[in-house]
Design a binder for this molecule. Sequence first.
Ligand code: BGC
Length: 905
Amino acid sequence: MKKSILLFLSILLIQTCFAQLKVTDLTVENQITPLGLGTRQPRLSWMITTDKKNVLQTAYEIQVSTTKDPSKGDAWKTGKIMSDQSVYVTYQGSELKSSTHYFWRVRVWDNTGKASAWSERSWWTTGLLNPSDWKAQWIESGLPSDSVLGVCPLFRKSFEVKKVVNSARLYITSHGLYEASVNGQRVGDAYLTPGWTSYKTRLQYQVYDVTSSVKQGGNTIGVVLGDGWYRGHLAWEDNKNIYGKKVGLLAQLQLVYADGTKETIVTNGDWKTSTGPIILSSIYHGENYDAQLEKTGWTNSAFNDADWKPVKVNEVSKENIIASDSPLITKHEIFKPIKIITTPKGEKVIDFGQNLVGWVQFKVKGKKGDVVAIHHAEVLDKEGNFYTTNLRAAKAEIHYTLKGDGEETYEPHFTFFGFRYIKIEGYPGELSADNFKAITLYSNMKPTGTFECSNTLVNQLQHNIQWGQRGNFLDVPTDCPQRDERLGWTGDAQAFSRTATFNFDVSNFFEKWLKDLAADQLSSGSVPFVIPNVLGEKAGGSAGWADAATIIPWNVYLAYGDKKTLENQYASMKAWIGFMQNNSTNDLWNKGFHFGDWLFYRPFDDNDGRSAVTDKYMIAQTFFAHSIDLVIKTATVLGEKDDIEKYSSLLKKVKEAYLKEYVTPNGRLISSTQTAYVLALNFDMLPEGMRKQAADYLVQNIKSYDNHLTTGFLGTPYLCEVLTRFGYTDVAYQLLLQESYPSWLYPVKMGATTIWERWDGIKPDSTFQTPGMNSFNHYAYGAIGDWLYRDVAGIDTEKDGVGYKHIRIQPHVGGGFSFANADLQTFYGKVSSHWKIDNGNFNLAIDVPANTVASVYIPASSSGSISESGKPISVSKEIKQSGEDNGFVILQVGSGHYEFSSKLK
Ligand code: BGC
C-alpha cells in the first residue's frame, strides 16, 4: 500500500513540476519529419504550449542523434543555450551525411526558470548531399514517339530482394513529369513532380519512403513520363521544348537490409521501355488517354516485357540536381457537381459551383472504342452557353477512349485545368452527378489564416481571395491557371505576396521560387517578367514586376522571421538595384519598357480623360526607391554596415530626383491618379510636410470617381493601407464596400468565386471583356486581403519582432461592421483578434502564443474605459499601458488569452 501511494505522489510531483510547459510541433526546414533534406545546416523550430500567461522561453537544449535515442546526441548536443529563439535555430552539429536518418528532441526553460520536459522525439532524413551520391544514370526511351505532344513513355525495371528490408527510399527526378509505382503501388501522393524550377541550373528530385511496397522476392519499379513544363508548350507562338526535346528519368532506390547491408537499384541500360495508354499529355492542351492500350500489371513483376525495348542511357551532368525544398503539389478538396445543365446550344454541362484548379475524375461504362471528351470553362456566357474563348490557344480538354470492360474510372496525369464548368461529349448513357468529381490540385501549403466579418459580401471576397491563391500556387505562383499562360508573373506575385503569407504558409514555397528568380536573373541585374523565365532574355526589367526580387524576400522575412531567405536573395536584390542604377541618368530611372499600373480603370470610349493613366517612369522611380529601401532594411538585418550607408545615400538622391521631376512646388504629382498618390505615400517619396496634402488629393480623387477605386496591379495592393495610415479608414471601408464597377465587390455581386484579372471581366450588361486577356482566376487584385487581416481585424507583426515574435493587434472598426475575426497560425502558435461592437461597447478577444509578446491598440476614448475580463486594466499586473495614438490606447501584454472591452468615442 505504502509503495503505491509513494509512486502516485512521485508521478503527481513530476506532473506538477513539468505540467505547464510543453514543447511541441517540432519542424525541420519548416516541415514535420521531412525526407531527403538537401541542406547541411537545417533550421529547427518548435512551439511552446502552456496554460499559463506571460510565458517566454529563456533557454533551450537540443539533442540530435543518428540512433533512435536522441539523448545519445552523437550528431549534436547543444547543452543549455540561453536564448528565446524557438524558430529557425540553425543546426550546428557534426557534418551531416547523405541519406541518413537523424533523430532529435528539444527542451526549454521559461522566464520563471522552470524547465519543460523533453519534447517527443522527431526526425528528418538527409538527401543526396553530393552530386557524386547519384549512382544512377539518366535514361530515355529512344522511342520514335518520344517528342512533344507524343505518347508518354513507360519505363520499368525488375529486381530481386533476398533479405529482410529495413528501409527502402526512392530518390527520383525527371526531364518532364514522372509518376512512379513500386509493385503496382503508386509512389507518394504528389502530382506534377518534380515540379517547375529553372531546370538548367535547378532541377529538384524527390525522396519517397517505399519500404512498405518492397517485398522479398520479385519487385518492379515502373515510371511513366509526361511532357510537363520541360518540353511542353509554354507561353505562346508554339513555344516548346524549352528545356529539352527528350523526356528522361533518373532514379535510385536505396535498400537498407535488416542485417545492415545496403543495395542500390539505379536507372541504367538494364531498364526497359514501351509506349502506353497516355497518347498525349500537355499542361495547356490536356490529355488523350486510350484505355485500350493499357498494359495491365506493367508495374508488377509478373508482367512479361519481352517485347519492350531497352532504354537509351544519356550521360548528362547532375550538377543542377537539387533537393526539393518546397511543398509538393497534392490533391485537396473534392467537389461534387451542383448542377447538370443542358445549355441553349444543347451542350451537356456540369457545374461544380467553384472556379478551381485541378481535374475531373469520372466513372463510365460503355463499348470498347467509345470516346468521352471533356472540355473545361470558368464561365457560361450571357445566354448560358459554355464559354472557352478566354482560354485562347489552350485546348484544355480530355479525350478518353474506353476499353469497354465494365465500369472504368479515369483521371489525368500530367496536366491541370482552371474551371468551374465541364462540357461532356460522347458519354455513353445518362450523365449522373455521382460519376463525376472535381479534385483540386495545388502546392501542399499549410492553411494558416482565416478572416470573417459581419458583411457576407466581404466574406465571399475573402473566400475568392483564398481560392485564387489555391488555384495559382501550383508549385510556382502563376498569373492564371486556365489559358495558354499560367506563368510565374513576378508583378502579380509581389503584389499578392503579403496577403499570401496570411492565408497559407508560403515560406518554403516562396523560398524555392526566389532561388529560381535569382537563377534566371540576368548578369545585368535585370529580373525576367516571369519566373521560371520562358519568355527569353529581353523579357524583363519592368518596374513593379522585377521588384519582386526585393519585395517578396522582405515580406517573407516579415511574416516568418526567415533571415535565411534574405541571405539567399541579398546578392540578387542588390543586382536589381544595380540594373536600375545603370539605366538611370542623374538618379532618374526613366528608360526601358514598363507595364505600369497594369489594368488601371479605363472607361469605355473615354472622351473626357477619366482613364487613370499614371506616368510609367514616375511609377518606376517610386519602385526604384522602394527596392533600395528594402535593401537598406535587409543590410541592417544582415549587419552589412557599408551597404547601409551606400544605399541610404542613393535613396536620398533617388527621392530628390523624384521630387524635382514629378512633383510640382505645390505638392501635386504630374499624374494625379490614385496610384500616383498611393505609391508616393506608401513608399515615403514625399517630405513629411507634403504627405497630408497628398493624402487629401488622393481622397478628393476617390470622391471625384464617386467613391470608386481606379487603381491597377501596382496601386491596388497599397490603396487601403495608405488611406488607413493617413487617417482615412472610413474612405477605405467605402471602397471595400463599393458594389459597382470598379470595385472588389462588383465581381462578387456578379457571382465570382475567385478573383478576376480585370475589374470588369464580366461587364454590367453580362457581356465579357476582351477574350484576348480575360481570366477569371487572377489573384493580383486579391491583395486587399492583406488589409482585411492587418487593418480590419488588426493582426500584424511588429518590425522589431518579425515573424510575429512581437505581435501588433490594431483593429480598425468601420464599414458598419458589427464584428470581424481573424486567426493566424504563426510559427509560435495561433494569434487571434476577434472584435465585436454592441451597444457602443467595443469588445476584443485576443490570443497571444507563448514565447511572444503583443502591442494591443484598443480604440477607446480613454484608458479608463478599458477593462480586461471585466476588471479595469489599471488593476492588472500583466497589462502595461504604453501610450495613446490617434484614438487608440496602446497596451503591452505577454502570451495568453485576453478579453478587452472599451467605450468607443
Ligand atoms: C498576365 C499578368 C501580367 C501581365 C503583365 C498578363 O498577361 O496575365 O498576370 O502581370 O501580363 O503584363
